[in-house]
Write a protein that binds this ligand. Sequence first.
Ligand SMILES: C[S@@+](CC[C@H](N)C(=O)[O-])C[C@H]1O[C@@H](n2cnc3c(N)ncnc32)[C@H](O)[C@@H]1O
Length: 264
Amino acid sequence: MEPIKYHALVEASMGRGGSGTSVSLSQFHELAKYYDALNDWKDYQGESRRLEAIARRFGRKGKTTWLDVACGTGRHLEFLRRRHAVVGVDGSREMLRPARSRLPGVRLVRGDMRSFRLGRRFDVVSCLFSAIGHLGTKEDVRRTFANFARHLDPGGVAIVEPWFDPSAFHPGTVHLRKTESPDLTAVRMAYSIRRGNRSTIQWHFLIGRPGQGVRYYRATDVGLLLTRYELLQCMRSAGLRPHFLSRGLMPGRGLLVGVKVGKG
Ligand SMILES: C[S@@+](CC[C@H](N)C(=O)[O-])C[C@H]1O[C@@H](n2cnc3c(N)ncnc32)[C@H](O)[C@@H]1O
């Protein structure tokens, strides 16, 4: 399998103190180390509760078997494992490293969401924080949904948080976020661009650590903008009966829910 490098699905350059010197991708992977700190604003526990409520609403009640695809550093699984038998899949070795420390005893598999095979089925398959936006084409999205369907029991539920609908993506905007903790201070600025059905987010990070100085990282993240109707169509053709919930986990994204039809 081609290794998948989170944030580096993309191109990157990095320099000490903003010098802009190009460095190897292995150094760039350091950003995965900062993922949790950079996303400390996200309410993973609240989101996990809401995901469980959605699973119940679509018939998956009580303790379920739950597969989180593109699980990243395992933040949702940390809460879901309290009430469910969980497994995680992610394409990035660097993202799985903190997940393994966080989730001792949980099966975590490195795999591409389009093609991984676990040889078993689940009650629920989730794929969150717009990870499908990293896929390159609509056919990749359809293949991914078919793979989710392959890993679901009949009547099982796929819960997918999509990337923005094209109408909700606002090019030309600048976003700023600041994170402060005793051992790390980070500033993240993003600039959004749109070309056809591709979104581009240009990220700039300043990450400072006591005794270690401040480092500058830059990354470009390209996403696929599909309409709600295109996504629902991809789900339907993958053998999932699709629903769209406009109140999702994060503003402007919604949630797709697909119920596995048939036995295949
Ligand atoms: C925005 S992060 C979301 C991580 C996690 N779900 C969360 O909510 O924090 C996107 C994740 O998708 C993973 N990813 C991207 N493309 C992938 C692919 N084709 N197959 C598997 N994982 C992929 C990345 O490695 C990264 O961990």
